[in-house]
Design a protein. Sequence first.
Length: 368
Amino acid sequence: MISRIYSPDLYAEKNSFVINRLKMNRKDINRYSKKEVINIKNLNLNDAERWNFLNGLKLRGRSGKEIVFKNKTTPAIAQLLGFIITDGSLLSTEGRVKLCQMDVNLLYKYLDIINREYMTNLNLAFNGKEANLSSIPLRYILHNYYGIPLGKKVRTVEAPSQVINSNDRNVLKRFIAGLFDGDGYVQYYYLRNKLLLDHAHFCISTSSHNLIRQSALILERLGIKCSISKRNDGRLTLQTAGFSNSFKFYEQIIPLIFHKERKKTADRIFLGNDFIEKLTVHLNQNLRFLFKEIIKRKLDRELLQMSSTYRYINSLRSIESWTYPSKAGKVRSVYVYRACKLLNKSPSAYISSNQLKLIEGIQNEHQK
């Protein structure tokens, strides 16, 4: 049985454009003269005209609070869209937006975005398991402007064209942050009796295959490579490919999320000594000379002694190998950092600024 679709009327405040449009359509202007708002159905606007007309105007349903529509997709709105796509739904029988999330603090973060971006003062109706927002204009915007389906939409929902076609990196990042707040998680494994970090990935899992593929393309535009796998229940899972891409996701996306537990988990892993031991830099001629000097000064044993308890490089031959010619060789960044400290050289000449900032932060923390 197909559910009845409820399409309530939307009203906008009147301006000079409305009056001219009514005249053009030969409407009885006196009929609308005493009203402060106009049913947009009476204006006979096509899609392009409608959204240009509504931009900056106050909208409301038959009753209730007004919101001010903006046709520009800001980074904050992009994050809201990502969250509603994964953890929300638009009711097909009522003018409401449902948020299926038990973390009330997270819900209020997104309510703040709605109230701030659309210049309104909506309230949440939270029952301990989910929340509802009663707003005909908000549901109208999310469905008609951003294309979010009504009802149960997990298999058909896609990323809005306003996000996909955006050249604003902040819009792309915040959209992924919203998806991660809704359907994301951190996947990590330890080896050797849980004492050695072996894998660390950021994942987003959903039944909408198109959404996952679009998200992978968005992340690729941000320089973050991902892989996609299919679960037994048909859901697709997107996960960052390897430590370097997980680190990029951690740097670009995690600072933007609102989910405290997921952020706490990410910080614990990616700000730990086990993780920095996984970061690498490409072996080049300068690095070969650096480690040749370590061996020449007989500081190689001291370099090993500076390693953490669960070190990855545990032999002198490992250090010697970094002096050999290699086109595709890599060196663990933390050993480059420690070698520079032993030789009183600046590590910034060898290690990228983002890696160096992380390594120095962890080293300083251990010295306290």
